[in-house]
Design a binder for this molecule. Structure first.
Ligand code: UN1
Length: 510
């Protein structure tokens, strides 16, 4: 495949890089990367060893001692070059995202655009690592805080956004003066290797310390666990399921490391009687079936007022009937494959549980086979009627299953249902009623990290902080002031006078 060659992917690739150099471990076997698009073997990657982990961690640590001293705007200049390199490789990398992960080519290109956008954002941020100056209560004293680089940032990324979420973290981390250690999902190692090749050219051309960008690909229970436990990695940014995140958070907390967690969502859209259906219907369908339901921000619950419930149900059944499922590389299709056959099994299991618990499938529910579906990863998006308190509705199933839930009375009841799950990532309301919209956004409204009005739950821009509350983990990445999470704050008091006044008016004469 031409794009593989363009991006430096070979038939067999190594799973660890300290920057420009690749380790040569072969004894841990390899990961065969099979495309969910058509079941073809794209390439293989040799799993990294525990020794490889120690190499990359040391390289990142050594690079930090140099990188932290480079002025932040100069660090931004390197990120500018990365953004330019991504612009050059956008088509090939976007296509590889689609082949490896199975999202549409539009979305694969959009994912690379998201990387470019965060590069631009980080370049600007590199000149704005602001601290505050505070008024000191003491005479001839100055009190201020400043932000310093933190160290190596471990980035554990998920298969569904194999490169963009890494970029959100890495581009901010490096302008903040940190070095990075990336463990991508074992389901999508090729896009990570392609990105590492792009970075290696920039590291070499600018004679940067090797170890600025390091990569480790291997099993979670070996190198993943080493990363969580590594005292030389003061911050772990982890994107994944709540189950994986709960373990990771505990391990990192036990060594007093910091964690930025972006875990499961159970995102809902509320449709009130004042909803504009022209906006709502396409937003619901895109948010529910886009990326085959495999975004953290995918809409999983639709909470609809009883007075419009039947109409909404009919419109959606019709819309779902017109969805075209098939290769994500064919732009006429709306829905591509799930990542692998184990995701298909989880989809089937969820549908069984739903029916056992009293839910009704209105449309979809089959796994597709035959021509064009040889990978076994294509499923029909499901629209189902359910109650919010069904155990299966309370869980995140990473597949295109949308639960229709009815509410009655005021919007407060819908908000209560929306909040009545353990996750807290994204949420939306469709209404043209100001009171409903403002209540939803108020302190008594949505309890999620992201709350939208008249747009869907997915597709956030990089300019805003991204993350959620409760079992979503509480972390924030990407825009707004998320950069502060990648630095250590230091508060400084300077006495430029000739006296030694103590704070709180304490007298201590000797
Ligand atoms: C994710 O699914 O982990 O808001 C990230 C969105 C994308 C990012 C999703 N910009 O849907």
């Amino acid at each position: 495949m031409e794009i593989l060659r363009t991006l430096g992917i070979e038939e067999n690739n190594q799973g660890a890089s300290t920057g420009v150099h690749w380790n040569t471990t072969r004894e841990n076997g390899k990961i065969d990367v099979v495309s969910p698009v058509d079941g073809r073997l794209l390439a293989s990657v040799f799993r990294a060893s525990e020794e490889d982990y120690r190499d990359v961690s040391l390289a990142a640590k050594e690079a930090f001692s140099v990188w932290r001293k480079m002025p932040a705007p100069k660090r931004g200049e390197i990120v500018r070059q990365i953004g330019d390199a991504l612009r050059d490789k956008k088509n090939a990398l976007g296509a590889l995202v689609s082949w490896e992960m199975g999202k549409s080519l539009q979305e694969g290109l959009g994912e690379v655009q998201e990387m470019i956008d965060i590069c631009d954002f980080a370049v600007g941020q590199s000149r704005q690592l602001y601290g505050s100056t505070m008024a000191s209560e003491r005479v001839e004293h100055r009190l201020y805080d400043q932000y310093h680089p933190l160290g190596t940032v471990g980035i554990i990324s998920a298969f569904n956004f194999p490169v963009a979420v890494w970029a959100w973290n890495a581009m901010l981390a490096v302008v903040c003066g940190d070095t990075t250690l990336w463990k991508p999902s074992s389901k999508t190692p090729l896009t990570a290797i392609a990105v590492q090749h792009i970075l290696a050219e920039i590291v070499a051309a600018n004679k940067l310390p090797e170890g600025l960008f390091t990569l480790i690909i291997g099993s979670g229970s070996t190198v993943g666990e080493q990363l969580l436990q590594d005292p030389d990695v003061p911050l772990i940014s982890l994107t994944g399921s709540t189950r994986v995140g709960r373990h990771g958070a505990q391990v990192v907390a036990s060594r007093f490391g910091r964690a930025i967690l972006e875990l499961g969502g159970n995102n809902a859209i509320i449709l009130t009687p004042a909803a504009n259906m022209q906006l709502a219907v396409p937003a619901i369908v895109f948010s529910a079936v886009g990326t085959a339901g495999q975004r953290c921000t995918t809409t999983r619950r639709l909470i609809v007022h009883e007075s419009i419930y039947d109409r909404v149900k009919d419109v959606l059944v019709k819309a779902y009937g017109s969805l075209r499922i098939g290769s994500p590389l064919d732009e006429r299709n709306h829905v591509g494959p799930l990542i692998d056959v184990s995701a298909v099994a989880a989809y089937q299991k969820a549908l069984e549980a739903l029916q056992e618990q009293g839910g009704t499938i209105l449309c979809g529910g089959n796994v597709l086979s035959g021509k064009g579906f040889e990978s076994g990863c294509y499923v029909e998006p499901v629209l189902a009627e359910a109650e919010n308190d069904y155990p299966i509705v309370q869980e995140e199933t990473f597949a295109p299953i949308l639960y229709l839930i009815r509410y009655s009375g005021d919007v407060e009841n819908a908000i209560a249902l929306q909040n009545d799950v353990v996750q807290g990532l994204s949420s939306s309301i469709f209404t043209e009623n100001l009171r409903e919209a403002e209540l939803f956004l108020s302190a008594a409204g949505s309890d999620c990290g992201i709350a939208n009005v008249n747009i869907g739950t997915s597709g956030a821009e990089i300019g805003g902080a991204f993350g959620g509350e409760k079992e979503t983990g509480g972390g924030r990445e990407s825009g707004s002031d998320a950069w502060k999470g990648y630095m250590r704050r230091q508060t400084n008091t300077i006495n430029y006078g000739t006296q030694l006044p103590l704070a709180q008016g304490i007298k201590f004469d000797i």
